[in-house]
Design a protein around this ligand. Structure first.
Ligand code: SAM
Length: 384
């Protein structure tokens, strides 16, 4: 059989705007991974899906009509993605945000003339050549790297290789983001080489930073917020646990001609309390930790971690200063994040007002009927 049949409950998923149909709602399906037509239990055509026979998420909607999924189809989808990102003031952005761009299990990040791609399902892997060709032609890419070193591929029975599949890809790529430049590390950096989801919030941090102030960028990676803060601040501390990221940060500062960033390697959970005890104060504090909750089971512990780090950070904000704080844990929902912020503020003994609710940039579209497309949440607060 070369199509799948789904239950009424399965069909209702697509009708209500979510592209996934789980194993329990699939009545029959082929035993191979690929793109297949899907019918309901009365034989009516519902759409075409990528089918992953080993995954709990067995079907993911790709196309609602019977149009062939070929080179021309992929080109059209990628052109739409490119169009959505036209206004971005940077040369690095997420070009395809999987389900957020109606292209399930496909992540593509663009660093200037190079692309980093992740094919996150066995079904997409069967389309690898046509996807790569259409991406190269749409984005005029000089080189395309597969960053397949992600655990989710193992669950699908796929390899985890990091390989070039088109042209050549340098170890480091210089990109521009607003007024600053930085090097991404597509081969070895965290995620696909940088954290592109925070771009708008980094630009915002640069905009609110007072001239000649002092700023602190906690969980800085390669100085992403710090560089924007440093365009106006007298001095900035960039704190991160990764020596590799901080080393690149120092190079990033140099290519911007900046000498006002101090690079500090260490654990934010140790250093923030220490700086608090020393009575240090900053006009802007940024808190952008890694995802503390990797699964639902970790949410309570993660919230305790977020509470602690935010409470510590709040104590470091000078009167009238700013705190830009975020969580990239999908499993920590916005209301829980807001409750955590309120609790941390109460415990800090400081009074903060809410100035902006923050999320992902336009290149990470968060679809309201697909909660899984949104994970980044944050707030911009001002201290009394
Ligand atoms: C979400 S990323 C930060 C991204 C960055 N703000 C940006 O916009 O590119 C989290 C960072 O926290 C760092 N990190 C993880 N645990 C840490 C800790 N306990 N103390 C300091 N840094 C830590 C990681 O090395 C990583 O660079």
């Amino acid at each position: 059989m070369s199509w799948a049949t789904v239950s009424a409950r399965g069909a209702s998923r697509w009708a209500t705007g979510h592209p996934w149909i789980y194993r329990s709602d699939v009545i029959t399906h082929p035993d191979y991974a690929g793109i297949i037509p899907v019918r309901d239990d009365r034989g009516r055509f519902l759409g075409q899906a990528i089918c992953s026979p080993r995954s709990e998420i067995r079907l993911r909607l790709l196309e609602r009509t019977e149009t062939p999924i070929d080179y021309a189809w992929w080109r059209l989808q990628f052109e739409r993605c490119r169009h959505r990102r036209q206004e971005i003031d940077a040369t690095a952005w997420r070009a395809v945000h999987a389900e957020g761009d109606s292209l399930p299990a496909l992540v593509v990040d663009r660093y200037d003339r190079w692309l980093v791609v992740q094919l996150l399902s066995a079904a997409l892997e069967t389309q690898r050549d046509v996807i790569i060709e259409a991406l190269r032609d749409t984005f005029k890419a000089d080189g395309i790297l597969l960053r397949h070193d992600v655990g989710i591929r193992r669950l699908e029975g796929l390899d985890e290789a990091v390989v070039v599949v088109s042209g050549e890809v340098p170890q480091q790529v210089e990109v521009r983001e607003g007024a600053v430049r930085w090097y991404a590390a597509p081969w070895t950096g965290q995620k696909t080489g940088a954290f592109l989801d925070q771009r708008d919030n980094r630009l915002l941090a640069g905009a609110i930073a007072p001239r000649d102030g002092v700023a602190l960028d906690c969980f800085s990676y390669h100085g992403s917020f710090a560089l924007h803060l440093a365009t106006k601040s007298r001095s900035v501390i960039a704190l991160d646990a990764s020596d590799e990221a901080l080393a690149r940060g120092a190079v990033n500062a140099a290519i911007n001609g900046m000498d006002n960033i101090e690079w500090v390697a260490g654990d934010a959970f140790d250093l923030l309390p220490e700086w608090g005890r020393q009575g240090r104060r900053f006009d802007v504090v940024v808190v952008d930790p890694p995802a503390f909750a990797k699964s639902k089971a970790h949410v309570a512990a993660a919230l305790r971690g977020y509470h602690e780090i935010n409470r510590r950070a709040m104590r470091l904000v000078a009167p009238g200063g700013w705190l830009l704080t975020a969580s990239c844990s999908f499993h920590v929902q916005r209301p829980q994040f807001m409750d955590m912020i309120a609790g941390a503020a109460a415990a800090s003994g400081r009074r903060f007002t809410l100035h902006r609710i923050l999320g992902q940039g336009v290149d990470h579209p968060e679809v309201v009927t697909i909660p899984e497309t949104g994970y980044l949440k944050g707030v911009l607060l001002r201290a009394d």
